[in-house]
Write a protein that binds this ligand. Structure first.
Ligand SMILES: [Cu+2]
Length: 271
């Protein structure tokens, strides 16, 4: 039984072995790129999936058994039994126990996600109909991030996921994300980091992640927000600390929120 479970589990996990973006015919999660997502994947693969499979197999067995054993030809006089105290207690208690077994690790993960460590970089994501706006509040940076149309895609840019201005963050640093919206509900979701938070007009939600690998990660707005809901993807590029410093230098000029004083401009440019 254990062996079969492992084979089924490996089927689910192998399909997602490569990705920080969705793959054709993918069944399982995208590869985790943060501690939080690893917790979620382990919780799902090692606890939830075996329980779900066991319950499904058990119920299927009961149904098949009842269909064969109690078919009309073999069992012409049906039993009139209506109550059985022992069975009723069991089918109440056992599901309760199963739920408790699942709830304990689930709450642990939730609380871990909810406790935001001291942030190294803060990014503010603002949902608009239908694109994302980003701000680096500590860096005087603000920009908009639009999906790239299919006809304009460059090589290696995935359709419906690549954007013109990516969020750039350093690797192995705590990134705090403030999330809000300007018009309707949106949701900022990035599967590889195990992050998904509603963007609510007039309210700021927050979450965090710490990316462990350099790379480009894709997510999507995950709250139905109107006709172009499917066309406001999220791209986060995780880079080394040096590359981040370099990007920051350029971005401070290109995406300056407040106009820079002339000497600041010269100082940044000469760097
Ligand atoms: Cu949206």
């Amino acid at each position: 039984m254990k062996k079969i479970l492992y084979i089924i589990l490996s089927l689910f996990t192998a399909s997602s072995a490569l990705a920080n973006q969705p793959k054709d015919w993918q069944l399982g999660f995208q590869d985790p790129a943060s501690d939080g997502m690893r917790d979620i994947v382990n919780f799902h693969n090692n606890l939830l999936l075996p329980i779900i499979i066991a319950i499904s197999v058990f119920v299927l067995f009961l149904m098949v058994y009842a269909c064969i054993r109690f078919r009309a030809s073999r069992n012409p006089n049906p039993s009139k039994t209506t109550h059985n105290v022992t069975v009723e207690i069991l089918w109440t208690l056992i599901p309760c126990l199963i739920l408790i077994v699942m709830a304990v690790p689930s709450f642990k993960i939730l609380y871990k996600q909810d406790t935001i460590p001291k942030a190294d970089v803060t990014v503010k994501a603002i949902g608009y109909q239908w694109y994302w706006g980003y701000e680096y509040p500590d860096e005087n940076i603000i920009f908009e991030s639009y999906m790239i149309e299919t006809k304009d895609l460059k090589e290696n840019q995935p359709r419906l996921l690549a954007v013109d201005n990516e969020v750039v963050v350093p690797v192995n640093k705590v990134i705090k994300v403030l999330i809000t919206a300007n018009d309707v509900l949106h949701a900022w979701a990035l599967p590889s980091f195990g992050v998904k938070r509603d963007a609510v007009p007039g309210r700021i939600n927050e979450t965090w992640f710490k990316a462990e690998k350099v790379g480009t990660y894709y997510g999507q707005c995950s709250e139905l927000c109107g006709i172009k809901h499917a066309f406001m993807p999220i791209t986060v590029r995780v880079v080394s600390e040096e590359d981040y410093a370099e990007w920051l230098m350029g971005a401070k000029i290109k995406f300056a929120k407040e106009p820079l004083l002339e000497n600041e401009n010269i100082k940044l440019a000469s760097n």
